[in-house]
Structures are given as C-alpha cells and as structure tokens.
Design a protein around this ligand. Structure first.
Ligand code: S3P
Length: 166
C-alpha cells in the first residue's frame, strides 16, 4: 500500500464523506473531512469563505491542509475541487493511496441538487461541464477508481478494502 493514508477524491456528490465514514468504521481508522476541518479552522462555512475571501483563498487552505497529512494513518475525504491546484497532484500522491469515487453526471447532480451549501454546484449543465473538465484530473491522480453508482456503502467499502490490500 502506498503512503499511509487513504485519500478519497471525486466530484461533489460522489460519496467521499459517506464512504469515508463507513470505511473509517470498518477499518477503525480516524476519518478527516477536509471541508469540515477547514470550516472548523476558519470558524465559518465553505460558502462564506468563497463569498468573503474567494475561491483562491479556499484553494490555498486546501493545499496547506494536505501538507499536514504526510506520515499520518487516516482516511481523508477531499473537496471535489482539490485538483484545481496543480501542486496538489504530487501532494496527494505523496500522502497515500488515492481512490477516485465516480458515478454518472446525472446521478451525482441528483444526489446534491437539493442541497445549498456548495458554491460551485451551479445548474445541471454547468455541473456537467465542470465534471467533464475535471474527470481527466481525477483519473490522472487516482491509484484506483471505484464506481458508486447504484451501490450500497458496504459493497463500496469492501471493494476499497480489497484494492488496498490486493
Ligand atoms: C468543491 C467541492 C466541495 C467544497 C467546495 C468546492 C468543488 O466539496 O470543497 O464547495 O470545487 O467541487 P464536496 O466535493 O465535498 O462537495
């Protein structure tokens, strides 16, 4: 297994946080949700950070946080845009096994469309455009790719377990 951490990447709605929590229960490892950690540190919501300080500031916080994970032994859910910074590709590769969770665009959008806390969600067309632009980035960064389409968490967790131990 590469590095010590398990790092989940993928678009908004791909299940990074839910799968991360389920995996954490199965493996008994701590789980860290980068968005929640950033919100706690900044004392405000992601939407607020985007609105007040801008996306670039947020991306800087993501990069700084990633640098802290080297040598740790945790499960990390990244934010969907973590690869918007080129330097983060190497950081991810250095800290652990990178797993790309994917599902069809319509399914991803269906999962999140009623939620209001994602500043970059947009309408369905812009969401699909963003996904198309990011898909090669996720594929480039990933050591493994796992579908979350019409699958239950225990099945996904089992597949991840097999991949990291295989
Ligand atoms: C973002 C995804 C969000 C969060 C922020 C930006 C993105 O995380 O980091 O709103 O650029 O796709 P989730 O993927 O957990 O929704």
């Amino acid at each position: 297994m590469r590095g010590d951490n398990i790092v989940l990447i993928g678009m908004m709605g791909s299940g990074k946080s839910s799968v991360g929590e389920a995996l954490s229960r199965t493996l008994g490892w701590d789980f860290i949700d980068m968005d929640r950690t950033i919100e706690e540190r900044e004392g405000t919501s992601i939407s607020d950070i985007f609105a007040v300080k801008g996306e670039d500031y947020f991306r800087g916080l993501e990069t700084e946080l990633l640098k802290n994970f080297k040598g740790k032994h945790v499960i990390i859910a990244t934010g969907g845009g973590v690869l918007e910074r080129e330097e983060n590709f190497k950081l991810l590769d250095d800290i652990g096994t990178v797993i790309y969770l994917y599902a069809p665009a319509q399914e991803l959008y269906r999962r999140i469309r009623k939620q209001t806390h994602r500043p970059l969600m947009g309408d369905e067309d812009s969401f699909c455009e963003l996904l198309n632009r990011r898909t090669p980035m996720y594929e480039r960064a990933a050591h493994f790719e796992i579908s979350t389409d019409r699958r239950r968490y225990p099945e996904i967790v089992e597949e991840i377990y097999e991949k990291i131990n295989g």
